[in-house]
Design a protein around this ligand. Structure first.
Ligand SMILES: *[C@@H]1O[C@H](CO)[C@@H](O)[C@H](O)[C@H]1NC(C)=O
Ligand SMILES: [Mg+2]
Length: 216
């Protein structure tokens, strides 16, 4: 099946490879600095970005793929994240649970919400194509989230071509979970390819675009 949003992002990436590079990289979920704004300090002079909301990927980020619960070793980090970004400031955006194609009844999303106590976005376009849907969710609830601009959002995920690409495409910050929970020899060919691509691009001096805040 032709996925228009994925096709479009391949073109964007071809002309601008920096779009798949993260602003920060950690080995796994428990290594995330909290508050997440700390992940984006580049040098002493640069100001910490004003991160008001966080988007979490699920599979191989805080959960074993196809499991709708928090991986045991990550529970304390997850709790701290939920305390730091309460209510609608924390949002799960998965390409399985909550999508109209993989989870049309929303059953997976409901199970995940019950297990995590965090809202799961119901969306029709998969990552990296749902930046606008995410932005509209946070803005719709701006009284609670305080989000008025994508530069106030951090996206956390294990995939460069979906999670990180979406962050850059929407003008948000991206954190790459490089190793995650799935052992290296069991990773998909896509995720192995992404690691090679990351090395290739960074060795050639590519860097991610810095999200621009209109308020500074
Ligand atoms: C996460 O990464 C840290 C540091 O590399 C490591 O000590 C820890 O075992 C990892 N946790 C899991 C669950 O893989
Ligand atoms: Mg994932």
């Amino acid at each position: 099946m032709l996925n228009l949003s994925a096709t479009l992002s391949v073109f964007k990436l071809f002309f601008n490879p920096s779009l798949c590079l993260p602003h920060s990289t950690v080995s796994n979920f428990s290594q995330l600095p909290i508050p997440l704004s700390r992940a984006f300090i580049r040098n002493e002079k640069a100001k910490e970005p004003d991160i008001r909301a966080v988007v979490l990927d699920k599979d191989d980020c805080f959960a074993i793929p196809h499991h709708n619960e928090i991986y045991k070793d990550y529970e304390s980090t997850f709790r701290l994240l939920r305390e730091t970004y309460p209510g609608r400031k924390l949002l799960i955006v998965s390409n399985s649970a909550g999508t109209t194609t993989e989870d049309p009844s929303g059953r997976e999303a409901s199970i995940l919400e019950a297990a995590t106590d965090v809202p799961v976005l119901r969306h029709s376009t998969k990552k990296p194509g749902c930046g606008a849907q995410i932005m509209s969710y946070f803005q719709q609830h701006s009284a609670e989230t305080g989000v008025t601009h994508p530069s106030q959002i951090a996206i956390v995920g294990d995939r460069l071509l979906t999670d990180v690409m979406m962050a850059n495409d929407m003008g948000a910050w991206g954190v790459w979970i490089k190793d995650g929970v799935v052992p290296e020899d069991k990773k998909s060919v896509f995720s192995k390819f992404e690691k090679k691509l990351h090395g290739y691009l960074t060795r050639r001096g590519y860097a991610p675009p810095t999200p621009q805040s209109p308020f500074e």
